[in-house]
Design a binder for this molecule. Structure first.
Ligand code: CA
Length: 224
């Protein structure tokens, strides 16, 4: 899961980033409206945390322009303002949720997870596909009735594929799930992680589509 945090108070931005990374997210950040808008337009995020009062361009304008450009990424608005009018303006501009500062990071994490689930059309944190189940909050994975221990990056790839089982995921899309915008990307490492995942969950579940990427298959456990 990949998130964008647009916040100009750097201490808060760093704190949010640190906590989200700890929760297993890949996180990009921007400290002004224009840079944030650019990242939101060019990168694929699962959700965006957007402060409203920002240098170069305010958050409400950024959000409105994304929505006008048909960028539907779920957005949580952060606001230091206590005025209800600002929150209404933010929600009217296309925000999906808001949080008034100061807030507990735990609440932001819970709201982000709920937002990502809702946008993926899931009501519960448990995603199940045939004999694999993944709890998107705890990161626990069961395959064929056994608990499977995955590394952070293996989990990111499996989650991306399980949230969109209908889709063929290209290596570059999957590498975007692992690496932030500011990190060097290497789509060859995706092959390595997929190979590791196959060793852990069984080779039947992830199918290679030649020249296009990978997809996850609805597959019963072979020895049942
Ligand atoms: Ca601000």
């Amino acid at each position: 899961m990949k998130l964008l945090v647009i916040e100009d108070e750097l201490a808060l931005q760093h704190q949010i980033r640190r906590e989200l990374i700890k929760e297993g997210f890949t996180v990009d950040q921007a400290d002004n409206g224009e840079d944030g808008q650019f990242l939101g337009e060019t990168e694929r995020y699962d959700a965006i945390v957007l402060d409203l009062t920002l240098p170069t361009k305010d958050g409400t304008s950024v959000l409105k322009e994304w929505r006008d450009a048909d960028i539907r990424t779920p957005v949580i608005i952060l606001t230091a303002r206590s005025r209800w009018q600002d929150r209404v303006a933010g929600l009217n501009a296309g925000g999906d949720d808001y949080l008034a500062k100061p807030f507990r990071i735990e609440e932001l994490v819970a709201r982000l997870q709920a937002l990502i689930r809702r946008s993926a059309g899931l009501a519960a944190p448990q995603i199940e596909l045939g004999d694999i189940s993944l709890n998107t909050e705890s990161g626990r994975v069961y395959c064929c009735g056994n608990a499977v221990d995955l590394t952070g990056n293996e989990l990111k790839l499996l989650k991306a594929m399980m949230l969109r089982p209908d889709k063929v995921h290209s290596k570059s899309e999957l590498s975007e799930k692992i690496y932030g915008y500011f990190e060097e990307r290497d789509s060859n490492t995706v092959e390595v992680y997929v190979a590791q995942l196959r060793q852990k969950i069984g080779r039947y579940f992830i199918q290679t589509i030649r020249g296009r990427g990978y997809t996850i298959r609805h597959h019963a456990c072979p020895d049942r």
